[in-house]
Design a protein around this ligand. Structure first.
Ligand SMILES: C[S@@+](CC[C@H](N)C(=O)[O-])C[C@H]1O[C@@H](n2cnc3c(N)ncnc32)[C@H](O)[C@@H]1O
Length: 601
């Protein structure tokens, strides 16, 4: 059966403290219609990006600059583009738990530390040798930084500084005319049109880099072909505009990476493709392998679009984030259509006040008159809804900030706020309820092992069961919300279904006597059939949930990858549950056969 430990890793992942908001491959439909007809560009012109398959093409549009288009039809789950990042570093949190070359977790024999800087760790000599061309440039700088650090908490520069350090050293070493340097230099910079908040952030980063490179003044940067402040801002802007969050196969953010080819792909809040790291190769030498996977059918001559941000957020927050980090105003179909039709965006929806089953958009100001899109009933509790959403947002920000420092307090906040938002009528996909549910779920999963290990007394087993059931309800609410806002096959959906299925498959510490119907569905909280069920119906539900997860993982992490590492793991879990259900069925049949036959009268 599933262990809690495997579920916990996904929360630990969110501990990343990247300086830089990197691309977070996310959500769902193409928006090519918003882009003027593409101009053809010969991408072999400079001999760059030759590894992009011939089935794709780099073209340009007036609105978004260069992008990648398909030449033929691609089905869902197709790997469109696959390459190793040109640069990658782990976040500080993972330096001693993951290999700095292949980015995999520690092998059974443990990791080996660089004896010089004592900061980076590797699986073995093979991984260390593969990373040496980069690490030899940074090893001394890491030692110097640690020696000068005022406290142990800041003895390692963050991932953005370390990644930029690697970029600047390697660019010098490779030479300005090398393919490596030219691809890096070809990435888009927003130096001349940057937002004021971004400029300030870049200034801090610039100072830290000068210190990390061991230079006494910015003018010393000339040896790295950085001849002015403008040059340095260009380097930083290229990095912040084009870097990606490097994730584990279960989407745990592990670090930051740069791939100039994949960074050519433009953004949509309703994307047709995602960027994942499914860990599909047998050998660590090929990892980390970055893949672009189609999550919708893509027609010939359609632009490939991924999402740079969290698309579960409402339009206002998505637009703010895109403007601050990527310097553009999104005009994708999702952004353009918000509020234009009767279709209420599930990110900002509340149930009909008359409970007709329809939804209305959330009111924004207390003078807004909002109606159910189905029966047109007017929402009268405008003030209460606005207040609940505001308190929910503040609570989510606070709980997110506290989740690692004080998880108990963070959990308490989510526990207090979720019932308020539910009673106000917010749907599970509505922000900030969805964010709170996802956070609560991960915090509950983290607290499960300590409670379930105390299973000596009946009381303790009952407490463990309650906590497990609470985590299942929370996971179920998250699945329900994510299913409404993300396209089928989106990897975030696949992982959420996997977490729910695995929670349902955990052995119950104190199973309930009363059985629930086998078809009690997690998305609907019926008073008649309390959720989650117990005993064999629960296991059956685990099975159907994991079957669904596997279908979605095969899309989101690629069919050729068998759904990535998580997809393969789910396949094995399904086989184990099938066996268990078979044993249970056999047991029932035997019990029936063993029953004394009623005597004939
Ligand atoms: C990672 S780069 C994408 C490649 C870029 N178009 C290029 O020519 O190098 C991100 C930048 O592309 C532009 N971009 C991406 N998606 C866009 C969109 N949907 N609308 C407008 N500009 C977009 C923005 O300038 C953004 O900062």
């Amino acid at each position: 059966m599933a262990s809690f430990a495997a579920l916990r890793t996904s929360r630990h992942g969110k501990e990343t403290k990247s300086y830089v908001k990197s691309h977070e491959s996310d959500a769902v439909v193409s928006h090519v219609s918003s882009i003027s007809p593409p101009k053809q560009e010969d991408h072999d012109e400079n001999g760059l990006f030759n590894y992009i398959p011939k089935s794709l093409e780099i073209r340009s549009s007036d609105e978004a600059g260069r992008g990648i288009w398909t030449k033929g039809i691609s089905n869902t789950g197709t790997t469109l583009l696959s390459c190793k990042p040109k640069l990658a570093v782990l976040s500080n949190t993972y330096l001693d738990t993951h290999c700095s070359a292949c980015f995999g977790p520690a092998p059974p024999a443990g990791l080996q530390r660089c004896t010089q800087c004592r900061t980076v760790w590797y699986c073995d000599a093979g991984c260390q040798n593969r990373d040496w061309s980069f690490h030899k440039l940074e090893c001394a700088a890491l030692k110097r930084w640690a020696a000068a650090a005022p406290s142990s908490e800041v003895s390692i520069p963050n991932d953005a500084i370390r990644c930029l350090g690697r970029l600047i050293w390697k660019r010098k070493k490779a030479g300005a005319t090398s393919e490596w340097a030219r691809e890096i230099n070809a990435m888009q910079s927003h130096r001349s049109t940057m937002q004021p908040s971004t400029t300030e952030f870049h200034a801090h980063l610039a100072l830290a880099i000068v210190q990390y490179l061991g230079l006494s003044s910015p003018t010393d940067l000339a040896e790295f072909d950085i001849n002015s402040a403008a040059d340095l801002v260009d380097v930083i802007s290229r990095f912040t505009t084009n870097s990606f969050t490097l994730t584990s196969p279960s989407l745990t953010p592990l670090g930051v990476c740069v791939s100039p080819a994949i960074a050519l792909i433009n953004h949509s809040c309703d994307p047709n493709a995602v960027v994942v790291f499914p860990r599909s190769s047998e050998s660590t030498a090929q990892e980390p392998l970055m893949q672009v996977i189609a999550i919708k059918p893509i027609a010939a001559d359609e632009e490939i679009l991924t999402s740079y941000i969290d698309t579960t957020l409402p339009k206002s927050q998505r637009q703010q984030s895109l403007l601050e980090t990527y310097n553009f105003t999104c005009k994708c179909t999702l952004c353009k259509n918000e509020g234009l039709s009767d279709n209420v965006d599930p990110r900002i929806a509340m149930w009909c006040p008359k409970a007709c089953g329809g939804t209305s958009p959330l009111p924004v100001t207390d003078t807004d008159i909002v109606r159910c899109s189905k029966c047109k009933a007017v929402v009268t509790s405008t003030d209460a809804v606005i207040d609940a959403v505001r308190v929910g947002q503040e609570g989510l920000d606070k709980a997110t900030a506290l989740q690692f420092r004080d998880p108990e307090k963070s959990k308490q906040l989510t526990n207090n706020l979720i019932p308020i938002l539910l009673s106000t009528g917010l749907t599970p996909s509505t922000h900030p309820l969805l964010g709170l549910s996802r956070l609560q779920q991960s915090l509950l999963i983290s607290s499960l092992p300590s409670i379930t290990s105390l299973t000596s007394s009946q009381e303790e087993r009952k407490a463990a069961q309650d906590l497990l059931d609470e985590a299942i309800r929370s996971a179920s609410r998250s699945v329900s919300g994510l299913t409404a806002v993300l396209h089928e096959g989106h990897p975030v959906r696949g992982i959420a279904l996997t977490e729910l299925g695995k929670l349902l498959a955990v052995d119950e510490p104190s199973p309930k006597e009363a059985q629930q119907p086998a078809d009690a569905h997690p998305h609907f909280f019926s008073k008649a059939a309390p959720f989650p069920p117990s005993g064999p119906p629960r296991l059956k539900l685990a099975y159907t949930t994991l079957m669904r997860a596997r279908e979605e993982l095969l899309i989101g992490f690629g069919k050729a990858n068998d759904g990535g590492e998580v997809g393969r793991d789910v396949r094995e879990a399904l086989v184990a549950i099938e066996k268990e259900l078979g044993v249970w069925k056999q047991g029932v049949q035997t019990a029936i056969q063993d029953q004394p036959k009623p005597e004939k009268r």
